[in-house]
Design a protein around this ligand. Structure first.
Ligand code: NAP
Length: 307
């Protein structure tokens, strides 16, 4: 298994694949020597190299785990060296772009099956990974029409063996789904934290001191990796703009309800949204513990890994 990029997701894949005996040999790729040294000190792989082309020689499974913006250059470098019959996949948060820029470079005989594990944290780098990251989380695969079913089943088996639930969908639909469930929420978080930081009338120390009033939960999302998220918004532009348009219309309506003092309209929406949180908890995708399970005064469960 060749992991091109050994940050949060790459290192978690290495640890989970090892734990579940899914790869006889793991090769880790990064650009910087410091990243490779960190990965080596954590014993994440068997071999470490900055040469992606070298890493994919003889690999049955190649997984692109760099920020999405690097995929095209990486695919150009590795394409001539991929083994016939190998599976080439990725973990990028955007799928249409990956089909567009990587797809045409994939040689005949290599199974190209893009994927996206819906699991992560706001941390990055090799030491951020943990073997349980994918457990009980969805992984979406977006194979092209006519892709070899056996290869798709092998990749489904790989994710399931790490504890993931797997769904297949078209890449355009994937990009719309994640635009509203992940990308626009990140944009909102980046914006609200930026706005609070810019405020002149409320001091920065007050924002930090009184952050438990909702702001703190936005800061976790807004602490996500700047390069990864830059690439998400550069490569999923159309779907994000579509969902952002809907979001802004609804926000303008909420603004009107607030201005008009329309209590029933506000209460009706808040009742509907509370039920949505309930269904996410019931689906096992969130903890029901108060305040996301944060310990208070030494009581309560430890904070679960954030997603
Ligand atoms: P990360 O922790 O920042 O790690 C990125 C890795 O890619 C580093 O090892 C980096 O090595 C390497 N890299 C960057 N550019 C490279 C290049 N041109 N060639 C070779 N290696 C390169 O990122 P991450 O959070 O694991 O995210 C990786 C991918 O997973 C992204 O595509 C993201 O969209 C997707 N994803 C992330 C999450 C999440 O919550 N974080 C969730 C699901 C999917 P250097 O240090 O040497 O540059």
């Amino acid at each position: 298994m060749a992991l091109i990029g050994i940050g949060l997701i790459g290192s978690s894949l290495a640890l989970a694949a090892r734990r579940h005996g899914l790869a006889s040999e793991i090769v880790a790729v990064a650009r910087q020597q410091a990243t490779l040294d960190e990965a080596r000190s954590l014993n994440l792989a068997d071999t470490y190299t900055s040469e992606a082309a070298e890493a994919v020689r003889g690999a049955d499974l190649v997984i692109l785990c760099t920020p999405v913006g690097a995929f095209e250059a990486v695919a150009n470098a590795i394409a001539p060296h991929l083994e016939p019959g190998a599976i080439l996949t990725d973990v990028g948060s955007v799928k249409g772009h990956v089909h567009r820029v990587v797809g045409p470079l994939v040689p005949e005989g290599v199974h190209f099956i893009p994927g996206h594990p819906m699991a992560g944290t706001e941390h990055s780098g090799p030491s951020a990974g943990f073997a349980e990251l994918f457990e009980n989380r969805w992984c979406i695969l977006t194979p092209t029409d006519g892709q070899d079913r056996k290869a798709v089943d092998r990749l489904i088996g790989f994710w399931k063996a790490m504890g993931s639930k797997v769904d297949l969908m078209g890449h355009a639909h994937h990009d719309l789904v994640v635009a509203i469930t992940s990308h626009v929420p990140h944009l909102v978080a980046y914006n609200i934290v930026g706005t609070a930081d810019d405020l002149a009338t409320v001091s920065k120390s007050e924002v930090i001191k009184f952050s438990a009033g909702g702001f703190r939960d936005f800061t976790r999302i807004a602490a996500s990796d700047p390069v990864m998220w830059r690439d998400v918004f550069l490569t999923n532009r159309d779907a994000v703009l579509e969902m952002l348009g809907r979001f802004l219309e609804d926000l303008a309506m909420l603004q009107r309800h607030v201005r008009n003092g329309d209590g029933p309209a506000l209460e009706a929406l808040f009742t509907r949204t509370r039920a949505i949180r309930r269904s996410i908890i019931d689906a096992g995708q969130e903890t029901a513990a108060p305040d996301f399970g944060r310990p208070h005064g030494g009581e309560g469960p430890a904070e679960p890994p954030s997603r």
